[in-house]
Design a protein around this ligand. Structure first.
Ligand code: OOG
Length: 255
């Protein structure tokens, strides 16, 4: 199985770098969720070997819109590295991306190490700041189709992300209007409440997962709470922005 884990991690890593899609790994050999996370970790180790630095975590399928869009019904998590970050207002190059999509999100920066389950109130107190964010996802699987195990192995389709200006940690987040814009026109409309009823719950969920895994998320980490709406496909020439009422905006351009 170690060989299978390493082979899958390498193939996904090559697909990420070349932009050539893979067939679903689960079609080749059945594997379980624990093995999927091992493949994910082996892929992150390859990135770290190239000098990338882990900045934090992302959650996937925290909204119904995303679960329905992708036909998957479980919360998953992946890792974010510095090489995935685009500056706010920066340019995304589509070369070597397979079929990228964008999602409006909320980002958290943590204020303390997190390793045990937090209540909602404790989660609020564990933050240094909150920000609007855009996540660019790009499945390495043909036709953006996968099983739960496949997508976990593929680091939850992470590709790039943009984080906007930080607001104070006590900014209310429970029901903020979210507008994703393509060239100024609304492409998706939603509410922050779509993310687990209240985006702070993403940090609660992560704290329970960290505890179960015996892991610590260091202070100063980034957490993407998951998309508030379905994802929208990207194409050349787009200016993409998200506006979250009461929180602010961030944007990028496709070169
Ligand atoms: C998996 C990633 C899901 C989210 O925010 O729910 C995700 C995918 O849809 O390819 O990032």
């Amino acid at each position: 199985m170690t060989d299978f884990v390493q082979t899958c991690a390498r193939e996904l890593d090559i697909a990420t770098q070349t932009g050539e899609a893979l067939d679903q790994l689960s079609a080749r050999q059945a594997f379980d969720l624990a093995q999927a996370y091992r493949i994910q970790q082996a892929g992150i180790a390859l990135r770290q070997h190239r000098g990338e630095r882990v900045l934090g975590l992302k959650l996937g399928f925290t909204s119904r819109a995303k679960r329905v869009q992708m036909g998957v019904d479980a919360l998953i998590w992946g890792e974010l590295t510095d090489a995935m970050q685009l500056a706010d207002g920066g340019e995304l190059n589509l070369v070597r991306l397979i079929h990228p999509r964008v999602e409006p999100e909320i980002a958290f920066i943590t204020a303390r190490d997190i390793s045990r389950p937090l209540s909602l109130a404790e989660a609020g107190l564990a933050l240094a700041g909150v920000a609007p964010a855009l996540e660019i996802i790009d499945s390495r699987y043909r036709d953006f189709r996968f099983s739960l195990e496949d997508v976990v192995a593929d680091n939850c389709s992470s590709s790039h992300f943009v984080v906007g200006p930080l607001s104070p940690p006590d900014t209310p987040l429970d029901n903020l209007g979210v507008t994703l814009r393509f060239n100024g026109r609304p492409a998706q409309l939603g509410s922050s409440a779509a993310i687990l009823g209240q985006p702070l719950r993403a940090l609660m969920e992560v704290s329970a997962l960290l505890h179960a895994e015996g892991r610590t998320l260091p202070a100063g980490s980034l957490l993407l709470a998951g998309a508030a709406t379905a994802a929208e496909p990207l194409r050349a020439g787009l200016h993409v922005g998200v506006e979250i009422a009461g929180l602010g905006r961030c944007e990028f351009e496709i070169s």
